[in-house]
Design a protein around this ligand. Structure first.
Ligand code: ATP
Length: 314
């Protein structure tokens, strides 16, 4: 069982290598454990405030409970006072959607069910441990390898333990993927993750984002009234079973949504799905647009840091 090591410099035990990715909170590097030669991933999170440290501690505590093949595994953890480092299993295949849009990948409903089934298995386990992920989105689903179809759910940075005695309300997540109860600041529960699973499935099949508006406010307004449709021509190619699966997740009434176990038993996931090739034109456009937004946000963040440094040096 991993405990947080304090006063130990992780760089003495690990060689840090290339950057693997960046999130709102942390930067993730590939690394190698010197003693074993194991290739791993190290996520660094600056912890200037006590609250930042508490957040990472919560993430570690939750990850300890989540030992499952569909979930990222915790390997080690360090705290040097200024930053915390979480050493994780290395996942080499990149983000799910990046893999799906590669030219060598043939997108069919069948291949979508292979991914959706694994996502539901991961979520089923998380929920069985009484934990809510609360940040289910495509970027948090990684492929194990560049060529295989196995995936893992990552990023438990927003995850919470569910306590039925306590009213749990949160104000975070990505508007495109959050459930109406988050936008409305109502009580959240396991069904909150299931909504996001429905949105991921909609985007994977169609390349369209069901609630996306011109602004975050508009997106959230669409989410609160659960306003979406299957009107686009891409849905002519999609089976009724797939649409039924999505419809049973994107329900404003959270009690009515399928849970992860019911999803796995749904006809679309439990029987052989259609194997005709789906168009990836819109999904490619979606992924490219996301890459742009990410690049722009990185530039804005760097500029802000630069401005702060300039200010500091005055
Ligand atoms: P967010 O802004 O989504 O909350 P975060 O700051 O909590 O992000 P993560 O999502 O955990 O950080 O990681 C950022 C990125 O680093 C991921 O999107 C992914 O591309 C990459 N990454 C994270 N963990 C791993 C890993 N174990 N192996 C390989 N790449 C990883």
């Amino acid at each position: 069982n991993v405990s947080i090591q304090r006063g130990v410099d992780m760089k003495e035990l690990y060689d840090l290598q290339s950057e693997l990715g960046r999130g709102k909170f942390g930067t993730v590097y590939r690394c190698r454990e010197k003693s074993s030669g194991l290739q791993l991933a190290a996520k660094f999170v600056a912890t200037p405030k006590r609250e930042d440290r508490r957040n990472v501690e919560r993430e570690i505590e939750i990850m300890r409970l989540l030992q499952h093949p569909r979930l990222i595994q915790l390997y080690d953890a360090y705290d040097n006072g200024k930053a915390m480092c979480v050493v994780l299993e290395l996942i080499e295949g990149g983000e799910l959607f990046e893999r799906v849009i590669c030219d060598d990948f043939i997108l069919t409903e069948k291949s979508c069910t292979v991914f959706m089934r694994q996502i539901c298995e991961g979520i089923e386990f998380i929920h069985k441990q009484n934990i809510l992920h609360l940040d289910m989105k495509p970027e948090n689903i990684l492929c194990l390898t560049r060529t295989g179809n196995r995936i893992k759910i990552i990023d438990f940075g927003l995850a919470r333990k569910y306590d039925p005695q306590k009213k749990l309300q949160v104000l975070f997540g990505t508007p495109e993927f959050v459930a109406p109860e988050i936008v409305n600041f109502d009580q959240i529960s396991f069904e909150t993750d299931m909504w996001s699973v429905g949105v991921i499935c909609y985007v994977l099949l169609s390349g369209l984002s069901p609630f996306m508006g011109a602004t975050d406010i508009e997106t959230m307004a669409n989410v609160t009234i659960a306003k979406y449709d299957f009107d686009d021509e891409v849905f002519n190619e999609i089976s009724e079973d797939a649409k039924d699966f999505i419809q049973k997740l994107l329900l404003k009434d959270k009690e009515a949504r399928l849970n992860a176990n019911q999803c796995l038993k749904h006809k679309w996931l439990s029987e052989k799905a259609v194997n005709t090739t789906l168009s990836k034109v819109k999904l490619k456009r979606y992924v490219i647009k996301k890459r742009w937004i990410k690049a722009v946000n990185t530039i804005i963040a760097l500029r802000r840091m630069g401005a702060k440094l300039d200010f500091d040096s005055v």
